[in-house]
Design a protein. Structure first.
Length: 149
């Protein structure tokens, strides 16, 4: 008799567990994703004869099933974030982050990061912005890229 009670309790527990898994699955929640391959934005070469402050509008999308809320956005090393989408972003909708930075008037590589803190359960997301500032091309010359051997 005790074996039957234990067996019935065990079967009931298994059925309850399976029902919970099948019918009570939690949603994925909000999912913040930059619209950039591998969270990396590559800028065109910027030449020194055309140097201005850089302003970019970075797009992102909510690929989750609940509204996405951007709590804060920060930039590194002199990168300013003057604005971002403040209203909740519904599933499937897009938002933007405005990024501004100055370029020193010399040849160099650009490497900036933007970090968004949201209600995405996966945590903060970072975008890398990379590029090059180069000397201006001379009129009538052809610029060849050297091939490394």
């Amino acid at each position: 008799m005790i074996k039957r009670i234990v067996f019935a309790a065990l079967i009931s527990a298994i059925i309850c567990h399976l029902n919970h898994k099948t019918f009570a699955q939690p949603g994925n929640g909000p999912k913040f994703e930059y619209i950039a391959e591998d969270n990396r934005m590559v800028l065109d070469t910027i030449y020194l004869d055309w140097i201005e402050d850089v302003q970019l509008d970075v797009e992102f999308v909510n690929n989750g099933d609940k509204p996405l809320i951007i709590q804060n956005v920060t930039g590194c090393c002199g990168t300013q974030i003057p604005d971002w989408t403040k209203k909740p972003i519904l599933p499937g909708e897009k938002g933007t982050i405005t990024v501004e930075f100055r370029l020193p008037p010399r040849p160099h590589k650009i490497s900036r990061t933007v970090r968004a803190i949201t209600n995405d359960p996966d945590g903060a997301k970072t975008l890398h912005i990379v590029g090059v500032v180069a000397e201006p091309k001379e009129e009538g010359t052809i610029q060849l890229n050297k091939k490394e051997s």
